[in-house]
Design a protein. Structure first.
Length: 436
């Protein structure tokens, strides 16, 4: 089985391209079911900052073409210009870095690990993730845990939500006495609400299509829930608007936001959009009294404050390299185990046959102790002969090398049925210079 990661992220694709690939859950399931027909496996990581397919397949070239066609149909020809690909061990490195938040827009943020786990579980739920990717993801999640335990990258990190709040505080020189409207009641809205509270905001309003969810969030963070139908009435009173809904189309346009300008007396309005697809149309920012920001704008703000995390990111990168090497080594051992087992069985069978022939030829002239000595000598010869090939197969640091040695041993000793599958190591292909 070979591994592949193919997709795009905030590093390679503008928001307009990423939001075209933001699929509702039903379409994600359909995509996985098409790509992960046995023996192939796949799962899809789809967040506001990345859309990535991770796959394992014995014939990766065919699967790769299918994946590219799917992404092109979803995102249009322009999507192909922004795709990157990682194959073999490079795909493993990329997944481990993503799970450890070393490839995030906000370096060290904790949310991405939960998102990758959710994507993995969704793939398992529809039968698209089975043995191979299960082992890969378990190793990636263990690596992410080690990074957060052994480095301070998480403690030095901000989140998209906290960065948005920091930007709002900068625009208004503090949030005390400002009215903040949260549109949406999911995880991102909860994070934003908590950061708003810490920043001194006391007037928090929550509007959501499902009022019960708005009320639940409001009760949890000390806000006030309001009916979604009052959205534009609330917009008239708000100083800050934070959007994080799953709407497939913008909720706020230049026309409907502009319509409340007179009632607001064109008072400054800060609007930040944490959703993909966007809740706030880009043209809203053309209104002179509106400061409108989307996730790409937040990225620029975060980049200015990333120096504190750079040193911890280097430490985390070393840990990722160690964990990938360990996974590759363990996988090489797993692939070599059938060969080792059959090789040892073959050696022990030959030894038993020769001992029986020798003892039969000698007859009854040996004592019990002498007979056992002959048997022990035969076992010792087998163990000494197999020690070096066994040690080599168990100690290789690269899966490709492990597969090569196991395959050679199987061929030399006539164990063709035990030959391991083709190794995962392959070229790293990056489209148009992009790197995820």
């Amino acid at each position: 089985m070979e591994f592949l990661c193919i997709g795009l992220s905030h590093r390679t694709a503008p928001l307009g391209v990423r939001e075209r690939l933001a699929l509702p859950e039903a379409r994600q399931v359909e995509l996985l079911q098409r790509l992960a027909q046995s023996p192939n496996e796949a799962f899809l990581v789809s967040t506001c900052n990345r859309v990535e397919l991770y796959m394992a397949a014995p014939d990766m070239n065919r699967v790769r073409e299918s994946a590219r066609e799917e992404l092109q149909q979803l995102g249009g020809p322009e999507a192909l210009e922004h795709l990157y690909e990682h194959r073999g061990e490079d795909a493993l490195v990329h997944l481990f870095r993503v799970a450890a938040s070393l490839d995030s827009m906000v370096l060290g943020e904790a949310q991405i690990l939960g998102q990758v786990k959710e994507s993995f579980e969704k793939g398992q739920g529809v039968g698209a993730v089975r043995g191979e990717l299960t082992r890969v993801c378990a190793a990636a999640f263990g690596c992410a845990k080690r990074v957060r335990t052994e480095t301070a990258i998480g403690r030095a990190a901000t989140s998209m939500a906290s960065a948005a709040v920091a930007l709002a505080s900068k625009v208004f020189d503090g949030l005390k006495d400002k009215t903040v409207l949260l549109v949406g009641a999911g995880e991102m809205a909860e994070l934003a609400a908590r950061h708003l509270k810490q920043a001194g905001a006391t007037k928090l309003l929550v509007a959501n299509r499902t009022l019960a969810r708005a009320e639940a969030l409001a009760a949890e963070v000390g806000a006030t829930a309001r009916p979604y139908e009052e959205l534009f009435t609330l917009l008239t009173a708000a100083d800050v608007v934070v959007c994080s809904t799953a709407s497939p189309v913008p909720l706020f346009t230049k026309e409907n936001v502009g319509a409340v300008g007179k009632a607001r007396k064109h008072r400054t309005l800060f609007m930040v959009d944490l959703a993909v697809p966007r809740d706030i149309a880009p043209e809203v920012g053309e209104l002179h009294w509106v400061h409108a920001y989307d996730v790409d704008d937040i990225q620029k703000f975060v980049a200015e404050n990333a120096a504190a995390r750079a040193e911890e990111a280097q430490k985390a990168g070393v840990l990722v390299a160690q964990e990938v090497a360990r996974f590759v080594r363990d996988r090489a051992v797993r692939n070599g185990v059938p060969v080792l087992a059959q090789l040892r069985q073959r050696g022990e069978a030959i030894a038993r046959a020769e001992v029986e022939r020798t003892l039969a030829a000698i007859g009854d002239g040996l004592t019990d102790k002498q007979r056992k000595s002959v048997e022990a000598m035969a076992r010792a010869i087998v163990n000494k002969l197999l020690h070096e090939p066994t040690a080599r197969l168990r100690s290789v640091g690269h899966e490709h090398e492990g597969n090569r040695l196991a395959g050679a041993a199987a061929e030399l000793f006539g164990l063709e049925e035990a030959a391991p599958p083709t190794g995962t190591n392959g070229p790293n292909v990056v489209a148009n210079g992009g790197k995820g």
